[in-house]
Write a protein that binds this ligand. Structure first.
Ligand SMILES: Cc1ncc(C[n+]2csc(CCOP(=O)(O)OP(=O)(O)O)c2C)c(N)n1
Ligand SMILES: [Mg+2]
Length: 409
């Protein structure tokens, strides 16, 4: 990662110490209103593909993949959006208890996740369905969790993708601890691309104000842990706007902790890929942690339990619709003759099939045996849990007894 990402204010250089790359501390805006937090993201924003679908150069970051990869990213984003809209509909039909939509954040998630290597370990929050997609997590494993059938039915160790974390920001500490562990295992800075490993953790603008996140920043910084903090600033923490989390642009937070930060256009899949790739590489090489702020927008509700019309203006959403992460890639591919009509037709067919699989698979899930949950809390049971299990089993059976009595009457 470039330590000298462009900034508008006066800067003070922190001299490099052993193992820690030089970074810049920007002082402008510290005591004023948040700089660059307006809807455009400010001059610091790294962008490689404009909302109109035009490629841009950046002095520090280059997108180094071919058009085939861009078609692949587009496919990822279309299919992820389809999973998301299907899951939202399933919740509305009473098939899921709740759903947290990623609508609008597809580029941030696909770009960053595609920049990881198989050996990198990812800690998600609860909205990272695009990242899960890139880690080959079956979408039905997500809907089963949001249906209440299980608590996350994949093996994190097998796919290097941790279970979703609902406790805001807690996963940044897990990630930091894991990163310190792989450091001790000698999996950082060896020069072997198959061995060197980084950790990536996803969290939000609201989470950035949590104590856990700030502690994770400190630990990762002083231990030079190989972790990339991927902050999706979707502008809202439920009904709290991001201005209420920070007086300065969030990516600048890291400078106070002694590691670099960069703000990337979170609706630009090319830039998200390029910036994250550089940050991950730095971590794997032993260059320590970094903060990537993906400046994006949550186009849907916080979750299906939320009604955003109660706290934000429709005009804001309309503004962000012009920056839709999918539309700009489609414009780029079409304008440059990199796809034909068959490409879109085939993708639509694939999305329809996927949606049907998510729908029918979710509806067909067997009822969970909730009494089993008590066996899964600890490796071995405790008297308290056994008592709770006995109580629950009796309580559950009482419904059956009542129903039988009703039939007999
Ligand atoms: C420790 C903790 N405090 C509060 C909550 C309730 N809560 C759930 S989501 C959320 C907002 C998180 O906002 P942000 O970090 O911006 O993530 P986003 O939902 O926008 O992706 C809060 C406060 C929680 N889950 N955990
Ligand atoms: Mg948020």
């Amino acid at each position: 990662m470039s330590p000298d990402a462009p900034s508008s204010g006066p800067v003070a250089a922190i001299p490099p110490t052993d193992g820690l790359k030089e970074c810049t501390v920007t002082t402008e805006g510290t005591f004023g209103p948040a700089q660059g937090s307006a809807q455009e993201g400010g001059p610091e924003l790294v962008q490689l593909l404009t909302p109109e679908g035009e490629r841009r150069e950046h002095p520090d970051y280059t997108f180094d993949l071919d058009d085939e990869a861009i078609r692949g990213f587009y496919r990822d984003m279309v299919l992820t959006r389809r999973i998301d809209s299907e899951a939202t509909a399933l919740q509305r039909q009473g098939e899921l208890g709740i759903w947290a939509s990623l609508l609008g954040q597809e580029a941030a998630q696909i770009g960053s996740a595609r920049a990881t290597r198989a050996q990198d370990f990812i800690f998600p929050s609860y909205r990272e369905h695009g990242v899960a997609w890139c880690r080959d997590i079956d979408p039905l494993a997500l809907t089963s969790m949001f249906r209440g059938v299980d608590h996350g039915a994949w093996d994190p160790g097998a796919v290097n993708f941790h279970l979703y974390t609902i406790v805001i920001g807690a996963q940044t500490l897990h990630a930091t601890g894991y990163a310190m562990g792989i450091q001790k295992d000698g999996c950082v800075g060896t020069g072997d691309p198959d061995r060197d490993t980084a950790v990536m953790v996803y969290f939000g603008d609201g989470a950035s104000a949590q104590g856990d996140v700030n502690e994770a920043f400190i630990w990762s910084s002083v231990f030079n842990a190989p972790v990339v903090f991927f902050l999706q600033n979707n502008q809202w923490a439920i009904s709290a706007p991001s201005e209420k989390q920070s007086r300065i642009p969030l990516y600048r937070r890291s400078s106070g902790f002694g590691f670099p930060g960069v703000r990337v256009d979170g609706n630009d899949v090319l830039a998200c890929y390029a910036v994250t790739k550089a940050a991950l590489q730095q971590a794997r090489e032993g260059g320590g942690p970094s903060l990537v702020e993906a400046f994006t927008y949550r186009m849907g509700a916080h979750t299906t339990t939320d009604d955003p019309t109660r706290y934000r203006l429709q005009a804001e959403l309309e503004h962000w619709k012009h920056k839709d992460p999918l539309a700009r890639v489609k414009a780029y591919l079409t304008r440059n003759g990199l796809v034909d009509a068959d490409f879109f037709a085939e993708l639509e067919r694939e999305a329809d099939e996927l949606a049907e699989r998510v729908r029918s698979g979710t509806r067909a899930m067997p009822e969970p045996n909730l009494a089993e949950l008590f066996d899964l809390v600890y490796a071995e049971g405790t008297p308290e849990l056994q008592e709770q299990q006995r109580w629950y089993t009796e309580y559950h059976a009482s419904f059956h007894d009542a129903a039988s009595a009703e039939v007999a009457r």
